[in-house]
Ligand binder design. Structure first.
Ligand SMILES: C[S@@+](CC[C@H](N)C(=O)[O-])C[C@H]1O[C@@H](n2cnc3c(N)ncnc32)[C@H](O)[C@@H]1O
Length: 360
């Protein structure tokens, strides 16, 4: 099990960071503060270009000149120098004259780094994603998701029709799952369970991790048919495929009925209350009476302070018409589905474990 700081220590550190960020903002005149907030968009696009063009991979073996990098990537030499200089300004690269080297931050954009964030940057920075964010005003005006207005189809249909973007999206999900797994493993004991069902388990990253943590358990992955070959491959790589059953189908229709732990990571937040209730009602109907349900989700804290869940909430609104929820909202939703929320287990990451059981 990973050695991580306790939740209260991590929260204290986050409070200090938040206070320092607030102080930094108050140290400049308000118009400059607003300008700095807005130019975050330019920084994000710089990061995207660096990742998209493969600059980190070109610098993997050591420092190089911008001209060398441009020759390898087939990019414009002067524009490449200007991109690398800007990236150095954001801490991704070290600059020494016209030579550039990767920093620790920049190394996370290497395509084969074990902790690579490249797929996440490519998913968020992609024009197919950014064009939807451009319609946040419309989403707030109407309360409706905007993926269809931009792409002509819902986000899920787009992923179905666009294998290139689906590959980026699913790899990003896998990476994000791997990123917060150590914090989940440190907070929850998976060993008492004999059959773990991952509902909407994507590429199988979470199920692979849970089965590694619980060596005596079997696993079931329920996903859309098209993702199953990828999940099978991931589960095989993790050495747990022999303990797994993969099922294709829609979780709105049925879920496997033979688990004692049902897990849904970042699935319920994809849906508005009506759809989320339909999904949870199906899970409640099909799960055995003594089984446990675990939702891995962000929980919106009370009060007005900064929290990642509040930004992710807008992302859900825009792309799927979904939402992030408060503790009270989770309890109410689960209650309507015939489930009783037993506890919320915090972790040091943005993920909480919302635990529930069928109500008596
Ligand atoms: C936001 S992703 C989360 C994936 C995974 N749980 C994770 O945390 O990486 C939501 C997942 O739900 C799956 N999904 C969406 N609608 C579904 C449906 N009707 N039946 C089964 N799976 C579905 C998607 O294919 C996708 O893998």
């Amino acid at each position: 099990m990973s050695r991580l700081p306790p939740v209260r220590v991590a929260r204290a550190a986050t409070s200090v960071r938040t206070a320092v960020q607030g102080l930094t903002r108050r140290m400049v005149p308000p118009p400059i503060g607003v300008l700095e907030l807005m130019t975050g968009l330019i920084e994000a696009n710089t990061l995207y270009a660096v990742a998209r063009l493969g600059v980190p991979d070109a610098l993997a073996d050591g420092p190089r000149t911008a001209a060398d990098v441009a020759a390898e990537l087939g990019t414009h030499p002067d524009a490449t120098f200007r991109l690398l200089r800007a990236a150095a300004g954001h801490g991704l690269l070290d600059q020494d004259g016209d030579r550039f080297a990767l920093t620790t931050l920049g190394r996370t954009l290497l395509s084969d780094a074990p902790d690579s964030m490249r797929a996440v940057v490519l998913m968020i920075g992609d024009p197919r994603y950014q064009s939807v964010w451009g319609r946040l005003p419309e989403s707030v005006t109407t309360g409706a998701a905007q993926a269809e207005a931009v792409h002509g189809v819902s986000m899920w249909e787009l992923l179905d029709r666009d294998p290139d973007y689906a590959a980026t999206f699913n790899e990003a999900m896998t990476r994000l799952t791997a990123l917060d797994w150590p914090t989940v493993e440190a907070a929850y004991d998976f060993t008492p369970f004999r059959r773990i069902v991952d509902v909407g388990g994507g590429h199988g990253q979470l199920l692979a991790s849970m089965l590694t943590a619980a060596p005596a358990a079997e696993g079931v992955l329920l996903e859309q048919e098209s993702l199953l070959p990828h999940a099978e491959q991931r589960l095989r790589e993790a050495g747990v495929l022999s303990r797994c059953r993969l099922e294709g189908g829609s979780f709105f229709e049925r879920v496997p009925d033979d688990g004692d732990l049902y897990v849904m990571r970042r699935v319920v937040h994809d849906f508005d209350d009506e759809q989320a209730l339909a999904l949870l009602t199906t899970v409640r109907r099909d799960m055995p009476a003594g089984a446990t349900l675990l939702l891995l989700e962000s929980v919106v804290p009370p009060g007005g302070g900064p929290h990642f869940s509040k930004s992710l909430d807008l992302d859900m609104l825009l792309f799927a018409g979904g939402r992030e929820r408060t503790e009270q909202e989770f309890a109410a939703l689960l209650g309507k589905a015939g489930l009783e929320m037993t506890r919320i287990v915090p972790t040091i990451s943005m993920i909480c474990l919302v635990e529930a059981r069928p109500a008596a």
